[in-house]
Design a protein around this ligand. Structure first.
Ligand code: CTP
Ligand code: MG
Length: 468
């Protein structure tokens, strides 16, 4: 049954997502295919699968993979199940062969299929929704963004033969959506067409004139991880994505959740304690002033053991303890430098090591603190800024190690915040230029109970986040 193409249909046939993951990633140049590289604590394909799994319009997911990666993929899915995945299919040597494997495996006669590159983990819910909706009106749908560079067409000798008008040019992304009968026919026609060199599914529709192809607006962030540089960009997009948390749903009650805060006596740690209590969390705070210095591993272990004893479990651990000292590196007192590293860096390592066994029992989460200086060292604050860079690296590595046990860890990156530490070092600053400790506390608690890991969560002032 085909929906009436002239009106949007309330009837949508069963919708399949076919995730193409049978490539070898030659341009990336690693021995592991790029869909299995890790980003923010999970493989690229797991991020992609999570988007389709979470979209209510997708009924089943097929994954197309090369025979040699099949076992690895099956193991991934055993560890982190994706319930909508119903078939794992062997791909072919070209993308077209792989997409045919997916199309051919759909049992129904009428269905929608969305073909998507496994290596586009940032596809949005909106893109998927609009692709499905557009299939109610059109037999084929592509996703594309405006071309930003001028595109030149060259001949075999590398001379320009044409410069098409950029206004009409788009760069194709995925998913590409099709009514099953149409894309099936396109592939069947190409099999008895020896001249067909076409590799793109939409181009097959064009070649055999099987109907119009509507273009849904893509997004710049829906990148295809292709070259090593894209991994840097992808990391950054994860970061920006999670800072969207500020504009996300409001903080929910955390009734019954046991949260431990180190550095709890002042500043951000104190604000986390207060806000956690306000939202019904069972909060336990420790600080150097009450005898628990994070640079002392045994003290951290004792603190956590006391909470376990009192509560029976621990759901989340936050470490806000930090010191900030300034001065030219050559002028500073060595003992003072060691102290700064011991609190800022080793302290976080102590907290992570002591907390992980407890959090494995609850599939819980950790939050550490970094600073905007992690991306670039700051003169006069070299020890502080390099220790904060170390925290980000630590979080990324621990996220990988702890993922199999279901434990998440993220780094909170507040911009300048009104805290006693800031005041001691920088004196009075206009309050409107600073984040409040409460804003940072809110982002921290949201992060603890959100689903992601291995991420740097930027916390910005609301006015600035909105471009003010
Ligand atoms: N793909 C596939 N089967 C193939 C080739 C590609 O399923 N025979 C998939 C890739 O796994 C990827 C998507 O199609 O998810 C887009 O392809 P591309 O970016 O070209 O990936 P690779 O072919 O793996 O990379 P390269 O071209 O650099 O080798
Ligand atoms: Mg390729």
């Amino acid at each position: 049954m085909q929906p009436d193409p002239s009106t949007p249909s309330s009837y949508a046939p069963k919708t399949y997502a076919v995730i193409l993951a049978a490539g070898s990633g030659e341009r990336m140049g690693f021995s592991t295919p790029k869909q299995f590289l890790k980003l923010a604590g999970r493989t690229v394909i797991e991020h992609t699968l999570a988007v389709f799994q979470g979209h209510p319009g997708i009924h089943e997911i097929f994954i197309v993979v090369s025979a040699k990666d099949r076992l690895y993929l099956e193991e991934l899915l055993l560890k982190n199940p994706v319930p909508k995945v119903t078939k794992i299919l062997n791909g072919g040597s070209t993308r077209k062969d792989s997409s045919w494997a997916g199309i051919n495996a759909v049992p129904e006669k009428d269905a929608y299929v969305l073909m998507h590159d496994a290596v586009r983990p940032f596809v949005s819910r909106r893109i998927i929704s609009e692709t499905i909706t557009a299939l109610g009106r059109h037999p084929a749908v592509d996703v594309a963004v405006p071309a930003v560079d001028t595109i030149v067409a060259v001949d075999k000798e590398e001379f320009i033969r044409d410069i098409p008008d950029r206004a009409a040019l788009r760069r194709g992304q995925t998913p590409q959506g099709f009514r099953l009968d149409v894309i099936r026919k396109a592939h069947e026609l190409s099999m008895s067409d020896p001249d067909c060199k076409v590799t793109d599914d939409c181009k097959l529709i064009l070649r055999y004139e099987l109907g119009d192809i509507f273009v849904v607006r893509g997004e710049e962030k829906n990148i295809k991880v292709t070259y090593p540089e894209d991994l840097f960009l992808a990391d950054k997009i994860f970061q920006v994505n999670s800072s969207a948390l500020e504009n996300g749903p409001p903080l929910k009650r955390i009734a019954g959740k046991v949260v431990v805060v180190f550095g709890a006596s002042k500043g951000i740690g104190k604000a986390v304690m207060e806000m956690g209590r306000e939202y019904d969390g069972r909060m336990h705070g420790f600080s150097a002033s009450t005898g628990c210095d994070v640079s002392d591993a045994a003290a951290v272990e004792r603190a956590l053991a006391s909470v376990l004893e009192a509560e029976g479990h621990i759901d989340a651990v936050v470490n806000t303890a930090g010191v900030l000292r300034s001065g030219r590196l050559v002028d500073r007192d060595p003992a003072d430098i060691e102290r700064e590293i011991a609190v800022n860096y080793l302290g976080s390592i102590n907290v992570v090591r002591a907390a992980l066994p407890h959090l494995e029992a609850t599939r819980g989460a950790l939050a550490l603190f970094t600073s905007s200086s992690f991306t670039r060292g700051r003169g006069l604050y070299t020890v502080y800024s390099s220790s904060k860079a170390a925290i980000v690296n630590l979080v990324q590595g621990v996220a990988e190690e702890a993922a199999p046990q279901g434990v998440r860890i993220n780094a909170i990156n507040p911009e300048r915040t009104a805290t006693p530490m800031r005041f001691e070092n920088f004196g009075h600053e206009p309050p409107e230029s600073l984040l409040t400790a409460q804003e940072v506390a809110e982002a921290t608690i949201k992060t603890l109970f959100a689903g992601f890991s291995g991420t740097v969560v930027d916390v910005r002032r609301k006015s600035k986040a909105l471009g003010g």
